[in-house]
Design a protein around this ligand. Structure first.
Ligand code: NAG
Ligand code: NAG
Ligand code: NAG
Ligand code: NAG
Ligand code: NAG
Length: 449
């Protein structure tokens, strides 16, 4: 499966192999100093706790006991939990602070497909309910709540959510609660996820919510393109999140920065801020780099750069709605290559989808200071759709150095804009008048993260 993905991927990108890879002066910027990598005092193996990697034996007890031991090591503790090569079937489990979950080459942590006793957790306060259904949510397969200093790494072992059973329940509408994410970290700090492969998540893959200092690098995330809601990485009401050098191919948005849903997110009031996404590639029928649609706590200071997107719905997508509130500002997306997409850029204020009928339709989102620059696209059917709200127009939208080829000019205009103010510089095809006549020079003074 991995092999097939790589073949497809190279077919898409070999043309541009050297396009966006070298930075000025050859200095490569990385996330690595955001969370210091520590050596652990102890090294324990899952097999010390009765772990069996035969793909059939349930290892829930082994994971539980190993992690209990790490949790009770005392002040001088901190341990690496080594997962040897083999397939370790297990029910969902909780992480603890000061641990490294280390997957050896060929190690697979595999979710059980027995779902009737899957544990539930409370809804997130910023969502008020599960994202799919009212009430609680199935706990993520690997879960961390209130943890600090957690590393999930190794030599590209796999975490397999075996999500098809959940996707089918979703399709048949037999789910009772919102499906589990593969890996969710709630209210946690100093997290590193690196050199690991995530496959077949039941729902969103990697969901840090109410977290700070999160690094995701050298990660591969794969799920079929028809798997419902299998977002890649969703930083949610979190700050200082750095995602880099990763490949994501899923059934929903590759990276989507969020911050809560309508009246619940507004009341909780926790933004996502200082989010860096760089050197990420991928493919999905939905969006590549997204902000939204749940953005009620606000999203500020996002930088996405050196992104390669292939076979996409929408390349760059900022999405919100009336009733959502939230300030979305200082978003910069630069150095993007898009190949074969329905739309290059979409910024819209009418995405829809409310948690219940208690949202306040007068809670309008504010979208401003959006810079999109150095974007090249081939086989992009529509260049851009930028539609603000009549009573809350989007402002300081700056497009520069954008070139889309293959735009279908016959049936619709390449750019469609309304209720938006901004400017553009060297954009082809020629953008809408809202972005050519207003606010001259506003492109020049955009801020950076
Ligand atoms: C992303 O694509 C570029 C261009 O083909 C390539 O050089 C780079 O290695 C790829 N990175 C990842 C993480 O897939
Ligand atoms: C931890 O122990 C395993 C054997 O149980 C060994 O293979 C691995 O190299 C050790 N890791 C470290 C970082 O010492
Ligand atoms: C795992 O964490 C969740 C959420 O914090 C909690 O409800 C549950 O009891 C924990 N499960 C175990 C086995 O500790
Ligand atoms: C967040 O986690 C910390 C422990 O790291 C805990 O003290 C605090 O109560 C938690 N906050 C919430 C809202 O759960
Ligand atoms: C893991 O895979 C990544 C590609 O995503 C690669 O860059 C890295 O070298 C691999 N790491 C190991 C330890 O094999």
């Amino acid at each position: 499966m991995l092999h097939q993905f790589l073949v497809l991927f190279f077919l898409c990108f070999n043309v541009v192999a050297h396009l966006f890879t070298s930075s000025a002066l050859g200095e490569v910027i990385t996330c690595s100093n955001i969370v210091p990598l520590k050596n652990r005092r102890y090294n324990i193996s899952l097999t010390d706790f009765g772990g069996v990697g035969d793909g059939r034996t349930l290892n829930t007890k082994a994971f539980g006991e190993a992690i209990y031991q790490i949790q009770h090591m005392g002040r001088e503790g901190g341990a690496l939990l080594y997962i040897p090569p083999g397939v370790y079937l297990t029910e969902s489990f909780n992480l603890t602070s000061r641990m490294t979950l280390y997957l050896a080459p060929g190690a697979v942590i595999k979710a059980t497909q027995v779902t009737h006793n899957w544990p539930l957790v409370a809804p997130l306060p910023s969502y008020g309910r599960g994202r799919e259904l009212p009430g609680g949510r199935y706990m993520s397969f690997i879960h961390g709540d209130g943890v600090n200093d957690v590393v999930i790494t190794g030599e590209n072992g796999t975490i397999d959510g075996q999500g098809d059973i959940w996707w089918n329940m979703w399709r048949k509408r037999t789910l009772q609660f919102t499906r589990p994410s593969l890996l969710e970290l709630v209210n946690s700090t100093n997290i590193i996820i690196s050199n690991v492969i995530l496959i077949n998540s039941p729902f969103w893959n990697l969901h840090p919510v109410y977290c700070s200092n999160v690094v995701v690098r050298f990660v591969t995330i794969l799920a079929p393109h028809d798997s419902p809601n299998t977002d890649g990485i969703d930083p949610d009401s979190s700050s200082n999140v750095c995602i880099e050098d990763s490949y994501i191919s899923t059934g929903d948005d590759l990276v989507a920065v969020k911050s809560g849903w309508d009246e619940y997110g507004i009341a909780y009031g926790r933004p996502s801020s200082d989010i860096t996404i760089r050197r990420v590639n991928g493919t999905t029928p939905f969006s590549g780099i997204a902000v939204g649609s749940e953005t009620s706590g606000g999203v500020e200071n996002v930088l996405a750069e050196h992104i390669n997107l292939c076979n996409m719905g929408v390349g760059i997508h900022i999405k919100t709605d009336s009733g959502r509130g939230g300030l979305i500002k200082n978003i910069t997306v630069s150095d993007v290559y898009i190949e074969n997409a329905r739309k290059g850029i979409k910024i819209s204020g009418d995405v829809g989808g409310h948690p219940d009928d208690k949202f306040d339709p007068k809670a309008l989102p504010i979208v401003k200071d959006i810079t999109i620059k150095n974007v090249r696209g081939v086989k992009v059917l529509q260049a851009g759709l930028i539609q603000g709200l009549r009573n809350a127009p989007f402002t300081d939208i700056c497009l520069s150095g954008i070139n889309f080829l293959g735009v279908k000019g016959t049936t619709r205009s390449p750019w469609k804009c309304s209720d938006v103010f901004g400017s553009s510089h060297q954009v082809s095809p020629w953008p809408c008048s809202e972005l050519t006549s207003n606010q001259p020079g506003s492109c020049a003074n955009h801020s950076q993260v």
